[in-house]
Design a protein around this ligand. Structure first.
Ligand code: NAD
Length: 254
């Protein structure tokens, strides 16, 4: 039996992964704002402390894996919440749980998105996130749009993972990211219902090369593999699990 901690295990992709890991006999500590072993609002510093302290209390022996899966969609308001949950909470919890991960030579699986490459790495929002200035990132993004907030937060968190992958690996902790395409979850329902983004997302969904959008199980199956011993040489990788959309949009760019 292994011990995993995750955020965002209440619904969607996170709930599917939690159930798969539990069905395989593993212990999963789930942190969520709605329902879980630890209830915490990860948009706040206090909530992140509750999450880290709670995981340390429930897994003193260490962690085989941590999956910061909680995320907000591009239609969340204010947009600064997206920066707080999708970027700053992820970095804070990964860093806060590093000691527990080192104890068991565990791995961290970030949840990026196939939208991440749609915002440039040198975008000011991405750069301010990476500089670690939460209040400046919130101020910057509140004046911009939901797509930049969401895709930019995923771009930033993926760059953070890759910049730190070698250093964490030297301490025995592998870090990787999964980059899902459109997956049918409560998050996607909110985007599809949005007056501005709904139609664009439906058209994007219709264009997926394999001919369908994903179900949470399509993503969780790959995530479970990325966390397993079979993937023990995987480090700093970004797996696009998106039915071919990224290949269609950026064939030469990998
Ligand atoms: P979801 O809404 O079903 O799950 C998100 C989870 O995060 C929920 O359990 C929610 O309660 C939790 N959460 C939200 N705000 C929180 C907060 N402040 N504190 C603590 N928990 C909070 O959505 P999902 O689609 O399963 O998304 C899971 C991850 O996958 C997210 O990071 C999302 O960005 C990413 N993703 C989703 C898609 C997609 O199309 N659904 C595509 C690419 C990436």
């Amino acid at each position: 039996m292994r011990t995993y901690a995750m955020t965002g295990g209440a619904t969607g992709i996170g709930a599917e992964l939690r159930q798969q890991l539990q069905a395989a006999g593993h212990k999963v500590i789930s942190v969520d704002i709605k329902k879980g072993d630890i209830i915490a609002d990860l948009s706040t510093t206090e909530g992140r402390e509750v999450a880290i302290d709670g995981v340390q209390r429930l897994a003193p022996e260490g962690l085989d894996g941590f999956i910061p899966c909680a995320g907000l969609p591009p239609v969340a308001k204010p947009l600064s919440l997206i920066a707080q949950v999708n970027y700053f909470a992820v970095v804070a919890t990964v860093e806060g749980l590093r000691g527990l991960l080192e104890k068991k030579k565990g791995s961290v699986l970030f949840v990026s998105s196939n939208s991440a490459p749609m915002v440039a790495a040198d975008d000011s929002f991405v750069q301010i996130c990476l500089a670690g200035d939460e209040s400046a990132a919130c101020a910057e993004i509140d004046g911009r749009d939901g797509h930049t907030a969401y895709a930019g937060s995923k771009r930033a968190v993926t760059i953070w993972m890759r910049r730190h992958a070698a250093e964490y690996a030297a301490a025995g902790v592998r870090m990787n990211a999964v980059a899902p395409g459109i997956t049918m979850t409560p998050l996607t329902d909110l985007v599809f219902a949005d007056a501005e983004l709904g139609q664009v997302m439906k058209e994007f969904g219709d264009s997926v090369p394999v001919g369908r959008t994903a179900q949470p199980v399509d993503i969780a199956n790959v995530m479970r593999f990325m966390l397993s011993d079979e993937a023990s040489y995987l480090c700093g990788s970004v797996f696009f699990v998106d039915g071919g959309s990224d290949a269609m949009m950026r064939a030469d760019d990998f």
